[in-house]
Design a protein around this ligand. Structure first.
Ligand code: 3AM
Length: 175
């Protein structure tokens, strides 16, 4: 199964990100993602076996055992890729607790021998894919307020013609 580990967004932040997304959708062409899929990826694992998935559940328990709720502080828009065909992101500030949690999850994955994509952690919420982003077209945006996440989830990602659907397999609570 194709999997990743992500911080979940609290409802008030989901509402505000959806509102930002609505504002952007009148300024940017692209495939805006469904609000039900908003998350902050901490580690992308790719294909793992059932046995590895069970070890990842232990990873979440260990990494989250002593962690408090994590502050999520919006920090403007960003893109991956070329502006004419980009992934459009809500960037998040690199707060100490957030960075430490991602590091703890990744360290624990290594300790359990589960491999993951080792690109540096860059906290964000994906808003749209295949987006054509012309910065001069963006104006007067209302950004989400800071908020806190209380849980980390192992997700299974199923790809189809309509895009990816994410199914929670296991959640560990923070705080
Ligand atoms: O948090 P976001 O939406 O940026 O881009 C994919 C998504 O991240 C990322 O994993 C999350 C759930 O699909 N992803 C997909 N394939 C990936 C890969 N090969 C990947 N991240 C790193 N390497």
């Amino acid at each position: 199964m194709r999997t990743f580990i992500a911080l979940d967004l609290p409802n008030e932040l989901i509402e505000q990100v959806a509102d930002l997304s609505r504002q952007l959708s009148s300024m940017v062409r692209g495939r805006f993602v469904a609000r039900s899929t908003y998350h902050v990826t901490l580690a992308f694992l790719g294909e793992i076996s059932e046995a590895e998935a069970r070890r990842v559940m232990d990873v979440l328990d260990t990494a989250c055992a002593h962690a408090a709720a994590i502050r999520l502080v919006p920090d403007g828009l960003g893109i991956y890729g070329k502006p004419v065909d980009a992934t459009l992101l809500l960037k998040l500030a690199h707060g100490r607790d957030l960075m430490n949690l991602a590091m703890a999850v990744r360290e624990e994955l290594r300790a359990q021998g589960v491999s993951y994509d080792e690109k540096a952690f860059d906290p964000h919420v994906t808003l749209a894919r295949r987006a054509r982003v012309l910065p001069q077209a963006l104006s007067d945006l209302v950004f989400p307020a800071e908020s806190s996440s209380n849980s980390v989830t192992l997700y299974k990602s199923e790809l189809s013609q309509e895009g990816a659907t994410y199914k929670p397999l296991y959640t560990a609570h923070l705080g």
